[in-house]
Design a protein around this ligand. Sequence first.
Ligand SMILES: [Zn+2]
Length: 389
Amino acid sequence: MPELLWLLLPVAAMSGWLAGRRSGAGHRGGEQRDLPEAYFQGLNYLLNEERDKALEVFTQMVEVDSETVETHLALGSLFRRRGEVDRAIRIHQNLIARPALSRQQRTYALLELGEDYMRAGLLDRAETLFEEVIDLNHHVEPALRQLLAIYQQEKEWDQAIGAALRLEKVSAQNLHPQVAHFYCEMAGEAWAAGDLSRARTLYKRALTHDPRCVRASIQAGHLARQMGHARQAVRLYRQVPTQAPEFVGEVLDGLYQALESLGQLHRYPEFLDQLLATGKAPVAVALAKVEWLRAEAGHEAAMRWLAEHLEAQPSVRGLLRLVEMSDGAPPVAEGPVEAALHRTLRALLEARAQYLCGQCGFTARTLFWQCPGCKSWGSIRPLRGVEGE
Ligand SMILES: [Zn+2]
């Protein structure tokens, strides 16, 4: 109902003018005669669809005081929500320029203006305003929240960490998981720039802030392997099942290689069996076990094990593997049933997402540590269940 908003404007202006007249009786006789004229001029602009001019006139004529500030703030945020950011900015700038505002009201208007700037993509200006709001010591929590959003958007991870830790203090919200992700982001940048030891330090910091940060363990494990520290890689990879077992599939190859370089490959099947015994292992673990059995005990034994496993934990991926392995020959060379089954299963797997955001339902075929949909950190996880990983 956009029209209703425009109707609010003359009402707000009139109430503001009346309030001004009540409080300032006798002082501004000349002004009082002029204001209704401006009012009718504003109405005229509205009726002629010259809305910007109407907005100008109405916001200028209003004597902003404690009674009308709220109306202006409501108008401004309504305009912003409708995407009319320029108009929201004008209303808020006009408010801030008024000397009658209390410190708290002024801070709130600054906060609103900051949000307008953010909406308009003027992040630098928004940042300056939010810092001012924090300095004024009113509405600190929403200002910190906005700053945190800006720093993330600008990938200023150092500052994002600072803002998150300050926000934790004023909001009683646990932001350590996010802070850990910010450290992981910094570590990734250091790694990409070739500074491996700094990257390692930053992953360590991530784990200090959030020992359950599965991303830090996975990536630090990969890094340790690249640095030739296989023992450390194994230690990091082995944290994954206790942090978040659904991510184990991400480290199986790395674990295998690290154990191989240590000459301790016998520990690999032990690791798989421990996970399988919990009954919560992702399909990737069962498939790794199948490969291990195929190499150690032969094709038949591997297939038998897989068929048995699928009875307890049915999965499309497992079934596809079983079909592929049947008789060791490519299924196309077999009967039409196997060939059709093979094609269907493959199509089913290819069409389906492998990762799901638990916050907003965003699905993806690759793993994102920050959800592209809702911007949550660590909310995207490998899918589980019959069709899952
Ligand atoms: Zn999401």
